[in-house]
Write a protein of this length. Structure first.
Length: 126
């Protein structure tokens, strides 16, 4: 039987430090990927999971591409309203999704969307 972890954040931090050493990757990069992974987990548990497709540099991890650049964002292709307020509401809802404690809290009050134009073909929201 597993013992109860009293300080989940410290435990997770130690595991991330160990993973960084094992993989010879910077701690900040492994921490960033942990945050992305846990956000995606919340996303997968939300009502929005089937409306979005993961794309971009994170797909290299899914495909196990060994030499890859690190990424700081999550790119999606969506079947969803592209208005800034709709995207903000969706991200806030995902931030509020309850999961087994993982040491992270995503503060929905810090979500602020803005229009981006990646090329002439389409616009997005970040």
């Amino acid at each position: 039987m597993k013992k109860d972890i009293k300080n989940i954040r410290a435990s997770i931090r130690a595991k991330i430090q160990n993973k960084a050493k094992e993989t010879n990757r910077p701690f900040a990069e492994v921490l960033q990927y942990f945050g992305i992974e846990r956000f995606l987990y919340r996303f997968s548990c939300s009502e929005y999971a089937n409306k979005f497709i993961l794309k971009g540099a994170l797909m290299f991890i899914v495909w196990h591409v060994p030499e890859r650049r690190s990424t700081l964002d999550i790119d999606f292709l969506a079947r969803f309203n592209n208005h800034i307020t709709s995207i903000e509401k969706m991200i806030k809802d995902v931030c509020r999704t309850e999961v087994v404690p993982d040491g992270l809290v995503f503060d929905p009050e810090t979500v602020k969307g803005q229009r981006i134009k990646e090329d002439a073909d389409y616009e997005g929201v970040r």
